[in-house]
Design a protein around this ligand. Structure first.
Ligand SMILES: Nc1nc2c(c(=O)[nH]1)N[C@H]1C(S)=C(S)[C@@H](COP(=O)(O)O)O[C@H]1N2
Ligand SMILES: [Mo]
Length: 308
C-alpha cells in the first residue's frame, strides 16, 4: 500500500495530468480491494498532491485517528470525541436518499443504486472548520456534478439543499435542541456543479466511518466545514436559497456562503490563522482555503464581507 501510494506521487510529477488522475483512481481502487489493510502508518509522514494549488507546500495527511476521532457531528454530541464514541447507533446500511424538487429524475434511490454509476476516486482535500482547526483528508468519492447531471435539474433549479437523517433513535443528540433538526445545508447550483465539490463515500480507502457521516456526506473544500452535511437522506433542488441550520442558529456568525476567508473574521474570533491538527504552530489561513484558482470565478462581483 504505502509503496503504491509513493509511486503515485512520483507519477504526479512526471506524467500528464489525465494519466496521473487515472493512476490515482487505480490506486484508490486497489486500496479499496485491499480492504482493511494498512492505513495508519504512512499517514503522518507522506506529503500528498492536492486537487488545488499548494501555496504552503507541505500538506501532510492528517492521521486516521484524528480524521475519525476528532469530529463535529452534533447529532452524537458536541464534544470532539463524542461522535466516535456514540455514532455506533447509526445504521448506514441499507440507506436511501430522496431526490426532490426542481429535478427531472426525482425519486427515492437506494444508496447503492445511487452511487453505482460513478467511479470512486481518492481526493486529498484541505478541511477547515470555522472553529479554527484544519485537517488534510484523503476522501473517497465522486464529483457531485456527475450526480447532478444524471438527475437533470430543471431550468428553475438555482440552489441545492442537503438534508441529514432525522431519527433520534439513531442520532441521540437530536433529543437535545442544540440545533434545529434535521441538519440542513445548501449550495448555489453553480457551487454544487464545481468539479471540486465532492460526494464522499469513504476515507483512507475504506467506507466512511459513522462519525464522518456514513454512508454519504458532502465535502466542499473551499468552504468552512459546516457546509458539508453528513449522513444525507435528501437532496432538494430549489429555486430559492435554502434556510440552513447554522445560519438559522446564528445568522450574524454563519452566513450562507461560508467561504474560507482570512479577511472576514467570525464576530467572536479571528479567521486569519488555523491550527492544523497535529502541528504545533498555527499557519496562515488562505482565501478559499487555497482553492481560489478553481473557485474564485463563482464570486466575481460579490462583496464577500456582505455575502460571508
Ligand atoms: N449532520 C451534520 N453534518 C455536519 C456537522 C454536524 O454537526 N451535523 N458538523 C459540520 C462541521 S462544523 C464540520 S467541521 C464537519 C466535520 O466533518 P468531519 O468530522 O468528518 O471532519 O462536518 C460538518 N457536517
Ligand atoms: Mo466545523
Amino acid at each position: 500500500m504505502s509503496i503504491g501510494r509513493g509511486n503515485s506521487i512520483l507519477a504526479s510529477e512526471i506524467t500528464p495530468e489525465h494519466v496521473y488522475l487515472n493512476r490515482r483512481q487505480f490506486m484508490a481502487t486497489a486500496g479499496l480491494l485491499a480492504g482493511g489493510l494498512a492505513f495508519g502508518d504512512f499517514s503522518s509522514r507522506q506529503a500528498f498532491p492536492l486537487a488545488g494549488p499548494r501555496p504552503q507546500g507541505d500538506d501532510k495527511l492528517t492521521p486516521w485517528k484524528d480524521v475519525t476521532g476528532y469530529n463535529n457531528f452534533y447529532e452524537f454530541g458536541t464534544g470532539k470525541g463524542d461522535p466516535k464514541e456514540n455514532a455506533h447507533t447509526l445504521r448506514p446500511h441499507p440507506w436511501s436518499v430522496e431526490i426532490v424538487g426542481e429535478v427531472g429524475k426525482p425519486g427515492t434511490y437506494d444508496f447503492d443504486d445511487l452511487i453505482r454509476p460513478f467511479t470512486i476516486e481518492e481526493r486529498v482535500y484541505r478541511h477547515r472548520c470555522v472553529e479554527g482547526w484544519s485537517m488534510v483528508i484523503p476522501w473517497m468519492g465522486f464529483p457531485l456534478k456527475d450526480l447532478i447531471a444524471r438527475l437533470e435539474p430543471t431550468s428553475r433549479a438555482k440552489y441545492v439543499e442537503f438534508v441529514t437523517l432525522l431519527d433520534p433513535e439513531q442520532m441521540p443528540g437530536q433529543r437535545r435542541r442544540i440545533l434545529e433538526w434535521p441538519y440542513v445545508e445548501g449550495l448555489r447550483l453553480d457551487e454544487a456543479m464545481n468539479p471540486l465539490t465532492l460526494m464522499v463515500t469513504g476515507v483512507y480507502g475504506k467506507p466512511l466511518p459513522n462519525q464522518n457521516g456514513a454512508p454519504l456526506r458532502l465535502h466542499v473544500p473551499w468552504k468552512y466545514g459546516f457546509k458539508s452535511g453528513k449522513s444525507l437522506v435528501r437532496i432538494r433542488f430549489r429555486e430559492t436559497q435554502p434556510q440552513t441550520t447554522w445560519n438559522l442558529a446564528a445568522p450574524r456568525e454563519y452566513g450562507f456562503y461560508a467561504n474560507v476567508n482570512p479577511h472576514v473574521d467570525h464576530p467572536r474570533w479571528s479567521q486569519k490563522r488555523e491550527r492544523r491538527i497535529g502541528e504545533l504552530f498555527p499557519r496562515d489561513t488562505e482565501i478559499f482555503n487555497g482553492y481560489g484558482d478553481q473557485v474564485a470565478y463563482l464570486y466575481e462581483g460579490m462583496d464577500l464581507r456582505v455575502h460571508f
